[in-house]
Design a protein around this ligand. Structure first.
Ligand SMILES: [Fe+2]
Length: 274
């Protein structure tokens, strides 16, 4: 596979890689100054969630594996786009928006108001943490009833990733498969049975956990890297092997369809693919 890290202005190469493999890494988009402001805002908001200084909207326990940890530590700050002008500016950076319009169409929109908005995620592995990994899934499986797909997820890395602090695993090309909706949880009404860029069935079932998949690759990121991945792409996150580390990032997505109708039938399929 060709290298997956690109300058945001390298539109042809990014699009070619993204359409073929379902993801692309954008490098060099943010200055260290910007990253420090983003990091300071997010760490501050995280402290505010633990201290109870923010409304529950910003510190839900929806994603936690172990909700008992939420009293002493916050793995998440939801809707961080409302709390940090630096985060909002970073995820609406004009060069990034131009790229996303090329990938999704001119009418694509940032999810800033539903399904937790832009989220600051701290997936550290230590004992205080209630979330450190996630099994195989495609993001569209969390809302198969909504007409907001295709979509592109972004992850802005505050910490570089590695086997020591955890990393993303992806199956290149899996965004092209017609992936079944989750099989292990009740689905919202009007859910689509399959999601993907073609009607070709997946060559094997999506594992429910962390099993090795033929063709999967690790996507290691540097501080400041912005990972784009298709919402139909199969991916999972491996837990850190060193407990004394952090893996922090900002994540969110750009969507298609009618933004004004978004949220009207909102149902979050928690742990849909695990
Ligand atoms: Fe995901």
């Amino acid at each position: 596979m060709e290298p997956a890290a690109f300058s945001v202005t390298d539109l042809d190469a990014i699009e070619r890689h993204y359409r073929a493999h379902g993801f692309a890494l954008i490098r060099g988009l943010y200055s260290e100054d910007v990253l420090q402001r983003v990091e300071a805002d997010c760490v501050g908001a995280q402290s505010d969630v633990v201290a109870g200084a923010l409304p529950p909207r910003y510190g839900s326990t929806a994603f936690l594996d172990d909700e008992s940890k939420a009293a002493a530590f916050a793995n998440y700050v939801e809707y961080v786009n409302e709390l940090s002008p630096a985060v909002l500016a970073a995820v609406t950076e004009p060069a990034l928006v131009a790229l996303l319009r090329r990938l999704l169409g001119a009418d694509c929109w940032l999810n800033d108001a539903h399904r937790f908005g832009v989220v600051y995620q701290d997936a550290r592995p230590g004992r205080e943490s209630g979330y450190s990994r996630i099994g195989w899934h495609a993001d569209w499986q969390a809302a198969p009833n909504l007409a907001i797909w295709p979509s592109t997820a972004f992850t802005l890395h505050i910490d570089a990733t590695s086997p020591a602090n955890g990393f993303l695993r992806v199956v290149p090309g899996s965004h092209l498969w017609a992936t079944p909706a989750p099989r292990n949880v009740p689905l919202p009404e009007a859910s689509r049975p399959f999601g993907g860029h073609t009607s070709s069935p997946a060559p094997f079932p999506m594992p429910l956990g962390f099993e090795k998949i033929p063709g999967e690759v690790a996507v290691y990121c540097e501080r400041g890297d912005l990972l784009l991945h298709d919402a139909y792409l199969w991916h999972s996150a491996a837990r850190a092997s060193d407990d004394d580390t952090t893996r922090r990032h900002i994540r969110g997505g750009y969507f298609t369809g009618d933004k004004a109708a978004d949220g009207s039938r909102e149902v979050f399929v928690k742990n849909a693919a695990r």
